[in-house]
Design a binder for this molecule. Structure first.
Ligand SMILES: NC(=O)c1ccc[n+]([C@@H]2O[C@H](COP(=O)([O-])OP(=O)(O)OC[C@H]3O[C@@H](n4cnc5c(N)ncnc54)[C@H](OP(=O)(O)O)[C@@H]3O)[C@@H](O)[C@H]2O)c1
Length: 306
């Protein structure tokens, strides 16, 4: 495994991190408890120390399973969770300062830890001034509830605002061959020493090459979040998959590994790849050591939507 600094901190994270959204069991088809725990432990066995979860994944299920999986191995993990999505009837954004201590305490209980390493604002909350949220989070940080603060799903102006008001070490946004929007954040991340944590490196599984779209009767809810499984995005996704398959054959690796490696070309980036099984995580971990040439990088992009 290859490691890099988290922001400008002394904390080292694996360049490939484990994403645990699928372990919520509500969005991605079923993942048994046993399977989820084995997957997290297998990540640690492969040197993946960055484990990313959130209260929203299965309304606490993923956090609970991560908590069980890391029992006795807490010191091997850079534990990242999130705050600011609450379920009350449906999911809603909530960064109101008076709710944050309670939200975080519930995560700590589910994870069975005293403190998390990285707490990330999951989504912006347009109803709450960012400054009020950051002030309360700083208080919780000083109280030892988490070590470092990150943000997620922030665009450039919002990231600039967050950086001007507090100490932010990472930004977690969707980043893959099919979603390159975070490249607009990279110059700022480089200047300010902020880690770009790319999620959906496999575009929800599309870039593994095992999907050629999804027939309507088999849609699981991931299709609502990652639009690449159907038109108008499917055509570009399939052309990218073909390019990945060809390049992967030439290198003797798998398309998924090639896709993850592509997101790691920028030195301030780490990739979060979700996995449901130990086999998937073992395969994804290998991408950290795969370096693509400029020609390989270029050969994988520039397919327009239809
Ligand atoms: N901050 C946010 O708002 C946000 C949003 C989304 C995700 N995230 C984080 O980022 C993580 C990664 O993104 P993601 O899980 O959404 O999507 P992803 O990593 O692009 O795709 C993960 C899915 O691809 C399939 N897969 C993974 N490795 C594979 C392999 N080696 N071979 C074959 N199939 C493989 C698995 O599903 P199947 O086997 O069912 O195909 C897996 O669940 C999440 O788990 C979560 O921690 C954060």
């Amino acid at each position: 495994m290859i490691y890099q600094k988290l922001g400008e901190t002394g904390c080292k994270v694996s360049r490939v991190g484990l994403g645990t959204w699928a372990m919520g069991g509500d969005f991605w088809g079923s993942v048994t408890e046993q399977q989820a725990i084995a997957t997290v432990r297998s990540a640690l066995d492969r040197g993946i120390n960055l484990v990313d979860t959130a209260p929203a994944y299965g309304k606490g299920r993923a956090e609970r399973l991560v908590g069980r999986a890391i029992q006795g191995r807490r010191d091997e993990v850079v534990l990242a969770t999130k705050i600011g999505l609450v379920w009350e009837g449906g999911m809603r954004h909530c960064l109101a300062p008076e709710t944050l201590a309670g939200q975080l305490e519930a995560s700590l209980m589910r994870l069975q830890v005293e403190t998390v390493d990285l707490l990330q604002i999951h989504w912006p909350d347009p109803q709450t001034p960012l400054e009020d949220t950051l002030t309360e989070l700083e208080r919780l940080q000083r109280a030892g509830k988490f070590r470092y603060l990150g943000v997620s799903n922030f665009d450039l102006p919002l990231l600039q605002e967050a950086l001007s008001k507090g100490s932010v070490v990472s930004v977690q946004n969707e980043y893959s061959l099919l979603c390159r929007a975070p490249e607009a954040l990279m110059p700022l991340c480089e200047r300010e020493g902020v880690t770009l944590m790319g999620y959906g490196s496999l575009a929800g599984g599309m870039l593994t090459g095992k999907y050629r779209g999804m027939p309507e009767e088999r849609y699981d809810r991931r299709v609502k979040f990652y639009p690449y499984f159907k038109q108008p995005h499917l055509g570009r996704a399939l052309r990218t998959v073909e390019a990945l398959e060809k390049a992967a054959r030439e290198r003797g690796v798998l398309p998924a590994q090639m896709a993850i490696a592509w997101t790691l070309a920028h030195q301030h980036t780490v990739a979060l790849a979700g996995a449901k099984t130990p086999e998937q995580v073992r395969s994804n971990a290998k991408a950290a050591e795969l370096t693509l040439s400029a020609a390989e990088m270029d050969g994988l992009i520039s397919f327009p939507d239809e």
